[in-house]
Write a protein that binds this ligand. Structure first.
Ligand code: COA
Length: 356
């Protein structure tokens, strides 16, 4: 049996022409992630996947599907940033477990790398979950924080194709039953350290107009102020329009947004924020960005923000059963907050990079 690789055109919607193919693509993406992690807790609905995978002014994407006997058995994705080409291209290659070790992964990667080279990407990056396998040979990033099993299919494949492991991120889950009672004392203790110089503000849905400019600053700083180990980073500039486009894209695809932010009372500016995104019908909400600006660190604002966001989530979306978060293994301040709240590791993601 031979396989074919075609570029996938993004449909207008799941009901439009091409929608069925996109659903097959989404199903394969989820099946491979579930196989790697041993759970389908993180599966993404096709509608939100479509919203995220379509081009937007800041991310341009090309998708490929592998078919054999009329079934989709693999896929590849290349993402570039038109406003910051020097930051490189993000690649993803996925092959269903029962079709591996036949050269499909290599053919897909060649195709994806060609797209990245045509876009003149100076560096190729991959962020991918890896299986949790205790013992055996391990691969460590230069940070010295975290490790991956050397025998994992993805680890072997990426090393064989010249990618270096730069960073390991922990994927952690927090169960929501009983959460408000558990985080209330943490929030109170953090609030006592933060004192009257900071004011907590929360909202659900799109960012209120009064805060869009401040959110643009915070989201821009997220791209430079979060630990990125040896990954090439460039500032990802946000403005008010981009904050609005981002929020609208989320809400329009059936998701809701829960935000806590901290205002520095003296300046009237927001100096920290934390966001959780909830997909309709999905029991697992996703912790999005959390950031406290450097000048305001050390006042327990991270704990204040995360506990406030979690409490607001439980009241505004009581059907949610758990929150998932991704943190760099070297990001001890954030891991301290998460561990205190009760987040437990369920898997690890590798940040890989190859200079062209
Ligand atoms: C990583 C992944 C894409 C590889 O897919 P694949 O189709 O098995 O890739 P290939 O067949 O090209 O190569 C895999 C192995 O099969 C071997 N192989 C290739 N053709 C073969 C054949 N005809 N017969 C036997 N072995 C073969 C390769 O040499 C390679 O061996 P190695 O692990 O000893 O180096 C797949 O395992 C996967 O989807 N993993 C989960 C997602 C992931 O980790 N992606 C990587 C990030 S981009």
């Amino acid at each position: 049996m031979t396989f074919t690789i075609d570029e996938l055109d993004m449909p207008e919607s799941l009901d439009a022409p091409g929608g069925h193919e996109f659903i097959e693509y989404a199903t394969v993406r989820n099946a491979i992630e579930s196989h790697t992690l041993g759970t389908d807790l993180l599966a993404m609905g096709a509608e939100e996947m479509l919203a995220e995978y379509r081009n937007n002014p800041h991310r341009v994407r090309q998708h490929f599907v592998v078919r054999e006997a009329d079934a989709v058995i693999g896929r590849a994705l290349v993402t570039t940033r038109p406003h910051a080409p020097e930051t490189g291209a993000y690649l993803m290659v996925d092959v269903l477990p029962e079709h591996r070790r036949r050269g499909i992964g290599q053919t897909l990667l060649d195709r994806a790398e060609r797209v990245a080279r045509r876009a003149a990407a100076p560096v190729l990056k991959v962020s991918v979950p890896h299986a949790v396998v205790p013992g055996g040979d391990r691969v460590e990033p230069p940070t010295g924080f975290g490790e991956l099993p050397a025998g994992d299919d993805g680890v072997r494949f990426l090393q064989a194709h010249g990618y270096a492991l730069e960073q390991v991120s922990r994927i952690s889950l927090l169960d929501t039953p009983g959460l408000p009672e558990r985080v209330a004392p943490l929030r109170d203790a953090a609030g006592a350290v933060a004192g009257d110089g900071y004011r907590l503000t929360t909202w659900t849905g799109v960012t209120p107009d009064e805060w869009t400019a401040d959110l643009a600053v915070l989201r821009t700083r997220m791209s430079t102020d979060a630990p990125m180990a040896g990954m090439v980073i460039t500032e990802d500039l946000w403005d008010v329009d981009r904050v609005r486009e981002h929020d609208q894209r989320i809400v329009a695809s059936g998701r809701s947004i829960v935000t806590a932010a901290v205002e520095d009372v003296a300046s009237g500016a927001l100096v920290g924020f934390s966001v959780i995104v909830v997909s309709a019908g999905d029991p697992v909400a996703v912790q999005d960005d959390t950031l406290v600006l450097r000048d305001h660190r050390g006042w327990r604002l991270g704990m204040l923000l995360k506990s406030a966001t979690a409490e607001l989530l439980v009241t505004s979306a009581p059907e949610v059963e758990a929150i998932v978060t991704y943190n760099a293994e070297e990001n001890r301040p954030m891991l301290d907050v998460n561990e205190a709240m009760g987040f437990r590791p369920i898997g690890y993601e590798g940040g890989w990079q190859k200079h062209v």
